[in-house]
Design a protein around this ligand. Structure first.
Ligand code: BGC
Length: 812
């Protein structure tokens, strides 16, 4: 069942009922000010850090769900309703929500009144703008009251949700005729406040939650809206809010338009006050003035459209398959940008108070956005590298505001170092900017330990090469990519963190997955060395890679697939002899992507085993058989009920590894089959089962062992975005940046006879058409560039600003 449809021309998803299976959200803002917004106007805003600078309150786990946000109440005689249906839930005569790139439009109609609520965050400014348009569609005049309402958060979202003995006494506001200022803690160490304003003077207002909702009231039944209107309350402590009341009269056919804004203002220490106890509002007044008239909103939207057109213009495909095109050209790239902005911090599944930026997560996210914003990818790489330790290991997470490694979790995740090579390699392939390798970059955030980035990569490589276990495979440490396979943890007490209990290093437990990574990214390191003239170092690296490959084919091969690991006792994890967890997806994907066993046949056999053991109609599950009990020696993975998360869930992040692996072997039909099974646009029709947004990937879909098979969770902030983009743009459609130019090497379903891709690469535009007259899956026969045949399939780098036409012919 569908709950909306894609409007590709406008790059929007249109939701046609407010009763979606879960709130379906959008992200507004792409610089410093962000808003999460659901299809019923639920959500919250923050400035830069979702924990430390939370502007509005949101109660996760609340019941009813999603009842705080940016709601508008309409009182029309005895009927109270919201254009987004929530929170009063009065049935509407018409409803529609359009989530677009950086903006959303919610429109509701009731009793001949249409109310349109448009929300966006302007580029270059720290505010949320909301344009509200009311239109009397009926034949008689109407007088209605409009109440916008939001609740402030007392800045630190964690403290706000727990430290009531203090913060019920700290709330302070100031009020102007058209604005409510939230200035809690401004008297002391803060130099920032929030402002909610209107471009029209309200008839009344409230700033105390109790006054507006009632002590025992709720957003679903605000006392002021259902009773006598706003009371003019001034919040002193408790829970400051901003609510306004406007009485509006509309003749038949008449329209009224109001602009609202929620801004974040920081003042220099010396200019905090206008007069004793009165905040300096000058910057707020300037902000309000920027958006006074309703057309300013159109200008904001127009710049936003240009911004996104520019970002997405780097890769545009025309495949003849509209579902595929809309994912590649719009939504997958959009999700990659959102993961760039948010990492894993704020979504409807990430509270904004939890983890910092992941070392491995951020390196992988980069694979999906480097082609859109190479300059910011460069900064990100250098930030990440500065959290590496001198021995090449790395802090597993760092804090976005301070950019410092996170001591709580520390290091010991032994895949981390290699992801830095993966991210830098992707950057070099995209940009050819070799100067990044010379950038001085701290170790352990200590500038006195700075070394060129090249040295960081060298130590990443060496760290893995020198931390081997009994089978000459890399030691796993706390965990590798699979954070839940904790082979040195042995946690027996509830509440202990699986991530940091037990020793960070064990001398026995080894990872075949990291071995696969070492072969793949170790080769990338060898290529980088060769490119900059370090021939000996390159040869040494190749040698170490060859030895690792041999170790994988020896101790990492189980007979029909690659093993997953060896545990702390030296027992196989992920082998046929295991009672549960016989086969895992990760080593099959990574080892085959690395080309291990490609010539000798193990690679093809491993992928056959994946199909046989792990396939399901909704995607490939992470392992089989699922763990039915807690295994002390395996850790968190066996803490989940069968079918969920890493315990045999469909972990969407590593499905594209199988796509890339199948493409590596030239299996175009299978690669596309795997791609489409988890691809949101292809499963839009089962939204009642999948439940999460049909325009973005979720981290996990419940696997075949789960009672809720097919149900998605953790939408938006997942490495799935980057890897699926890579799998479709590079592995299937075959447009691959290399160190020397753009390689064209598609691996497509045999039924596809032609497609084209327009790709911006190092300043030039490549208009590529691929012809497949013989219906093959892969194999480039010839390439013409501006009519002339080139040798091989790597398009040489073109001068800045040039457009070239490329014709590619597949077949023998
Ligand atoms: C984490 C990743 C990890 C994955 C698999 C995600 O929640 O952010 O770092 O690789 O889970 O365990």
């Amino acid at each position: 069942m569908k709950f909306g449809f894609f409007d590709d021309a406008r790059k929007e998803y249109v939701i046609t009922t407010p009763c979606t299976p879960l709130p379906w959200i959008n992200y507004l803002g792409s610089e410093n000010f962000f808003t999460l917004l659901s299809n019923t106007a639920g959500g919250y805003s923050f400035y830069r850090d979702a924990r430390l600078r939370r502007l509005t309150r949101y109660r996760y786990n609340n019941a009813p769900l999603d009842s705080e946000g940016f709601h508008l109440y309409i009182r029309d005689n005895d009927t109270v309703w919201n254009p987004g249906w929530q929170p009063v839930q009065t049935s509407l005569d018409r409803y529609e929500c359009r989530h677009g790139l950086g903006y959303s439009v919610i429109e509701g109609q009731k009793n001949n009144l249409t109310v349109r609520q448009e929300l966006t965050v302007p580029l270059g400014d720290n505010c949320l703008l909301m344009r509200v348009t009311l239109r009397n569609e009926g034949g008689t005049a109407k007088t209605v009251s409009l109440f916008p309402y939001l609740e402030f958060c007392l800045w630190d979202a964690q403290d706000d949700a727990s430290n009531f003995q203090r913060n019920y006494s700290t709330g302070e506001v100031e009020i102007e005729p058209c604005a409510v200022y939230h200035k809690t803690e401004y008297r002391e160490r803060r130099d920032h406040y929030a402002v909610f304003w209107s471009n029209r003077r309200p008839d009344a207002y409230d700033t105390s939650r109790e006054a507006f909702l009632g002590v025992y009231g709720s957003p679903a039944k605000p006392a002021a809206v259902f009773g006598e209107g706003c009371t003019g309350s001034v919040a002193h402590g408790w829970q400051p809010i901003a609510a306004m009341e406007f009485v509006l009269s509309l003749q038949p056919g008449e329209t009224e338009c109001l602009i609202f804004g929620l801004g974040y203002i920081e003042n220099p220490q010396t200019e905090k006050w206008e007069s004793p106890s009165v905040i300096n509002k000058r910057p707020a007044h300037a902000m309000i003035a920027r958006y006074q008239d309703r057309f300013a909103f159109d200008t904001v939207l127009a710049s936003l459209h240009d911004y996104w057109r520019g970002l997405l213009g780097g890769y545009q495909a025309a495949t003849g398959n509209e579902k595929l095109d809309r994912m590649v050209n719009i939504w997958n790239q959009y999700q990659c940008m959102v993961t760039f902005n948010m990492s894993r911090s704020a979504s409807y599944f990430e509270s904004g108070m939890g983890r910092g930026m992941g070392f491995r997560d951020s390196c992988q996210d980069l694979l999906g956005f480097v082609h859109m914003i190479p300059q910011r990818a460069r900064e990100r790489i250098l930030d990440i590298a500065a959290t590496q330790f001198p021995d090449g290991s790395a802090y597993h997470q760092y804090q976005p505001l301070t950019k410092k490694g996170n001591l709580d979790i520390g290091s010991g995740f032994n895949d981390d170092p290699l992801w830095l090579i993966a991210g830098t390699d992707a950057y070099l392939r995209e940009t050819g900017d070799w100067s990044i390798l010379d950038e001085a970059c701290a170790f352990d955030n200590d500038l006195s330990l700075s070394q060129p980035l090249l040295e960081h990569l060298r130590r990443s490589f060496r760290y893995t090469a020198t931390h081997l276990g009994p089978h000459k495979l890399p030691l796993i440490g706390r965990a590798d990519w699979n954070d839940c396979l904790n082979l040195n943890c042995f946690s027996e007490h509830p509440g202990e963190s699986f991530q940091i209990s037990g020793p960070s290093e064990g001398p026995v437990a080894e990872s075949v997955f990291i071995a696969g990574m070492f072969v793949k990214y170790g080769r990338a390191w060898a290529d980088i060395c060769r490119h900059i003239g370090l021939a000996d170092e390159s040869a040494d690296a190749e040698q170490a890679v060859a030895e690792m490959e041999a170790a994988v084919l020896d101790a990492g091969w189980d007979g029909s697939w690659f093993r997953r690991a060896y545990d702390a006792f030296g027992n196989v994890v992920g082998g046929a002899a295991c009672e549960e967890g016989k086969i895992f997806i990760e080593p099959q994907g990574m080892c085959v992507m690395a080309g291990i066993g490609k010539v000798s046949g193990q690679a093809a056999q491993a992928l056959k085993s994946v199909e046989e053991w792990l396939d399901s109609k909704y995607g490939i599950v992470l392992l089989q058989p699922a763990y039915t009990r807690y295994h002390l020696e395996l850790g968190e993975i066996s803490s989940y009920p069968p079918g969920y998360k890493e315990n045999a869930g469909i972990f969407c992040h590593n499905n594209p590894w199988i796509v890339c692996a199948e493409a590596e072997l030239g299996h175009g039909d299978r690669a596309f089959q795997v791609y489409r099974r988890t691809c949101p646009a292809f499963i839009e029709d089962i939204s009642e089962i999948h439940r999460t947004e049909p325009y973005v990937y979720s981290q996990m879909i419940a696997g075949k062992d789960a009672p809720t098979f097919g149900e998605g969770k953790n939408s938006w902030l997942t490495g799935t975005a980057a890897w699926t983009f890579l799998s479709i743009s590079q592995a299937i459609l075959g447009v691959k940046p290399t160190l020397d130019g753009l390689q064209i090497d598609p691996c497509i379903p045999s039924s596809v006879r032609e497609f084209s891709v327009s790709r911006r690469y190092r300043g030039a535009l490549y208009k590529i058409t691929v012809h497949n007259p013989a219906g093959v899956c892969s194999g480039v026969r010839s390439v013409l560039m501006d009519g002339a045949e080139i040798v091989g399939n790597v398009l040489p780098v073109q001068p800045d600003g040039k457009t070239v036409n490329v014709e590619v012919f597949l077949g023998d």
